[in-house]
Structures are given as C-alpha cells and as structure tokens.
Write a protein that binds this ligand. Structure first.
Ligand code: ADP
Ligand code: GLC
Length: 471
C-alpha cells in the first residue's frame, strides 16, 4: 500500500498550527507499520528550506487559465524525518516566507494542478491520495472529473477535515483554472453560488474524515454552512482522533526544554522549567502558572482572554503567561494588561516553537476555552508534560479530557463566556491548593497514551476498506 498525503503544512518544514503537526507525524507512524506513506507539500521560503538542501527530480510547466508557470518537484537531501517528502516548487506563487495569504486561491489551485500533473508521471501510482483541508479539496474532483487526469480516476481519495471554518471559497471567474471537465458536473464545485474547495472535496472524496469523532457529529449541526452536505454524505464520513508524535513531544528527551523529566522526577523537572519562565517573564513562581498557547482568533475564545485575565489577576491567586498571535485588537488588549499586572502576567505575541515546549513543561495549567476545536493537540501535549488542561467541552477536547469531578484529570467548562472561563480557572486554583491531589493528577496524566500509533492504524484500516466508492 502506498499513500501520498497532500497538504499545505508539514512539521518541521512549514507550520502554522496543528495541521503541520499531524502531517509531520502521521506518515512517520504509518511508515513504521510497513506501508509506504509519503508527503507532498509546497516549497516555501521557511527557516527549514533555508537551512537544508534539495534535489530537483522533475521539471515542468503548469497552466492556470491562460497563465503558464514553470515548476519543479524536489526531494529533501539527507532526510531524517522518517518518511519521504516531495516539494512542489512554483517560485512565482509558493516560494514566500509565509504559508497563507490573500491570493491563496491561485496559489493552492496551482499547487493542486502541479501535484496531479506530477502524479500522472508516476509509473507505480499511489493506492491512496490523502488530502488535508480545503487547500487540497479540489484534488478529489480533478482526479474524478478532469479529462487530463483520467488515469488517476481509479485511485481512492481520502479527505481529512482539520477545520471546516475555512473552506477555500472563490468566484466563478476562476473556473477556467480547473483542467477541462464535463460542465454537466460543474455542480460538484458549487456551494451557495461560489466554488467551495472544501465542499467539493467532501462531495468527491471516496472517504471523508474529521480529526475527532465528536467534531464529526458537531459538523452535522454547525459547519459554517456545510451542515446539510455533511449530513447528506454521512455514510462516507467518520472521525479519527489525532495522535501526538511522542518522539518530538517527550519531556524525557525534549531538547527545547530547560530540564528533562519523566514520571519519576516530575516535581523537580517541572519546577526548573517553571522557574525559567518565571525568571524570564517576571512572574510569581509561588502561584499556579496558567498558560495559553495558540492562535488569537474567535475559534479559540481569544477575544475573551483580556477580560478573563484581568478578573483573575485582580484576585492575585495565579500567574498567567500567554504565547500567541492573530487578531491585532486582541493582541493590543493583551499587551495593555502587562503594565497593570506586572509580576503576575506576561504575554509573548508571536510564534516561538521552543518557548511553546518550555511552557507545556513549566506550566501548572493550560487554558483552552475554544468555541470550535476539531481536535486540539495542545491539550494532549499538556497531558504528556504533566500540565493539567482547563478546557471547553467541545470537539476533540470533549474526546480527550475528563473532568476531575468525574474521576478524571482536567477541568471542563460548558460555555464560552467570561463567567464560565473565570469559574473554571478558580476551580484550577482551588485544585492547586490541594497539593497531594494536584500532584497525583499531574503524575497520572503523564502516563496517558495519545501516541499516533493507534490512530495511524485506524487510517490504515480505513484505507483497506477503499476498494469501492461509497455513493
Ligand atoms: P490549531 O491547529 O487550531 O491552531 P492545535 O491545538 O491543533 O490548534 O495545534 C496548534 C499547534 O500550534 C500546537 O503545536 C501549538 O503548540 C502550536 N502553536 C500555536 N500557536 C503557537 C505560537 N504562538 N508559538 C508556538 N507554537 C504555537
Ligand atoms: C486544525 C484544528 C485543530 C486540530 C488541527 C490538527 O487546525 O483547529 O483543532 O487539532 O487542525 O488536526
């Protein structure tokens, strides 16, 4: 069995969020199960591409309407990632020092066309083309409908929805970009009078998965306009919970953190990392340290954080540290709080992989008051590093965290409101005072196994069912 994952992100090459973590780990775990699992991503101008060397294995040109773009397929030299990775290098469109921007429709349609043009040249074709999110949602359509890709039409396609909020909409003036197909089937591209890449992928992929079982159910009632489509296609849809890469996210070996620790030396290991954070960010080490790591957007409940933090910090029971970037207004509000709560609050506005690891290691609690959370990886990283998650009961958070009042190991709130989040944090503060109970939970969560091993197998089992298309 030969799988090719096609994605906009892949850790450690290009990462904006959890999509990268998944595409950087799942193929490795699949490869360890004796199947060939490879990745195809755009060639961006990232720290990774600047510091590695590549070999061009194929050169051609692609057509995007009337425009013609030269492109190359590259491989990574001295690859130690644990899976083969191929790059689509379209210098005029993809080679930028960011992943996403306002001209994504042109960029990712080009990427998808170049990917399929190249797959056509493979002698030994893949068994499964596994697409991730809307950036690759047109691939199942083009494979089944475009005359040019007829030779790929019998290859099974799987689409994984990591986040249905973003759908890759574009207007019909770009219809001519898509390689020729029977116009009678143009309806497959349409959702609400626009071309909608994610909807197209859901309609045309042989199977559709979401990154947690609960998210699959939630999408049937709330999917940013795609609810009825997901209900209609339910027979081919299922939820498979993400895992984590336990080689990368391992407090015993993690090179990023200040002191390594395992289940037997939790206390001193976490303390050293907490001390580093408290020294660097001028925080009170005696108080419980509550952290937030993530994109500052509505989905993550981020606009409520400034008010929540202000209320919590006024009572002086906790220290709070935030790492994130996104909405400029929210960033400004979070910056403003620094002066008012000097000594118990700080924020690093930006993206910093190393700091995120130290925060998972050094924190006592991790906050995730998400409105939408298809899976969420942060809470699983927190568990592995002995940091107790305080989360909203939604999506993948619902599937991974059990409340302490239910014999569990986390703190759960139902609503996304200032009141509900503040109350949840107060429960965390109170747990911190019951030091033995707090330590027992911390030790217990480090042993919870969320390795990709199980879910990588679940995907393989799904691929094996794909001899026939579900209609
Ligand atoms: P999402 O993909 O919706 O952003 P996930 O929980 O699946 O959420 O994954 C987020 C990933 O991005 C995690 O690896 C998290 O540590 C990382 N991350 C998010 N924001 C930052 C940041 N500002 N700096 C470093 N890492 C970040
Ligand atoms: C998306 C989701 C997140 C999920 C990640 C990886 O970005 O927002 O919940 O963990 O994809 O699947």
């Amino acid at each position: 069995m030969k799988i090719i994952h096609i994605s906009a992100e892949c850790y450690p090459i290009a990462k904006v969020g959890g999509l990268a973590d998944v595409v950087g780990a799942l193929p490795k775990y699949q490869s360890s199960k004796k199947i060939t699992s490879e990745v195809l991503i755009p060639f961006y101008d990232t720290a990774f591409t600047q510091t590695h060397t590549f070999t061009t294995i194929y050169k051609s040109k692609l057509n995007l309407g009337d425009a013609v773009f030269p492109y190359e397929i590259k491989t990574l030299d001295n690859n130690t990632l644990g899976f083969e990775v191929f790059f689509v290098d379209i210098p005029q469109q993809l080679f930028r020092n960011y992943v996403y921007s306002s001209d994504d429709a042109d960029r990712f349609i080009s990427f998808q066309i170049a990917s399929l043009d190249w797959l056509l040249t493979w002698k030994d074709k893949p068994t499964i083309v596994h697409c991730h999110d809307h950036h690759t949602g047109l691939i199942p359509f083009m494979m089944s409908q475009s005359l040019k890709y007829k030779k790929l039409s019998r290859i099974s396609s799987v689409l994984t929805i990591h986040n249905a909020q973003y759908q890759g909409w574009f207007s019909y003036d770009k219809l001519a970009y898509i390689p020729e197909f029977d116009m009678e089937n143009a309806g497959l591209l349409d959702w609400n009078h626009q071309i909608n890449s994610l909807a197209t992928g859901i309609k045309c992929a042989w199977r559709v998965t979401t990154v947690s079982p609960s998210y699959m159910e939630e999408l049937k009632v709330k999917a940013n306009g795609l609810e009825s489509l997901l209900r209609h296609e339910h027979k081919k849809c299922s939820g498979i919970l993400n895992g984590i890469d336990t080689d990368v996210w391992n407090p015993e070996t993690d090179d990023y953190i200040v002191k390594n620790y395992g289940p037997t030396i939790v206390q001193s290991g976490k303390k050293a990392n907490k001390k580093y954070l408290c020294d660097r960010f001028n925080l009170d080490i005696k108080k419980p340290l509550i952290v937030f790591i993530g994109r500052l957007v509505g989905e993550k409940g981020a606009e409520l954080l400034p008010v929540v933090f202000d209320l919590i910090l006024q009572e002086k029971h906790s220290s709070i540290l935030l790492l994130g970037s996104g909405n400029k207004e929210i960033e400004k509000e979070l910056e403003k709080l620094k002066e008012k709560h000097k000594g118990t609050y700080n924020a690093f506005i930006g993206y910093d992989e190393k700091l995120s690891h130290i925060m998972y290691a050094g924190a006592d609690f991790l906050l995730m008051p998400s409105r939408v959370e298809p899976c969420g990886l942060n809470q699983m990283y927190a568990l592995r590093y002995g940091t107790i998650p305080v989360v909203r009961n939604i999506g993948g958070l619902k599937d991974t965290i059990i409340d302490i009042d239910n014999k569990g190991f986390g703190i759960i709130h139902q609503e996304v409101s200032v009141y509900a989040i503040v109350y949840a944090i107060k429960r965390a503060e109170s747990l911190y005072k019951h030091i033995q109970k707090f330590k027992n939970i911390r030790n217990r969560i480090m042993g919870i196994n969320h390795s990709w091993d199980t879910s990588a197998q679940a995907y393989i089992n799904l691929y094996k069912t794909l001899n026939t298309k579900v209609s």
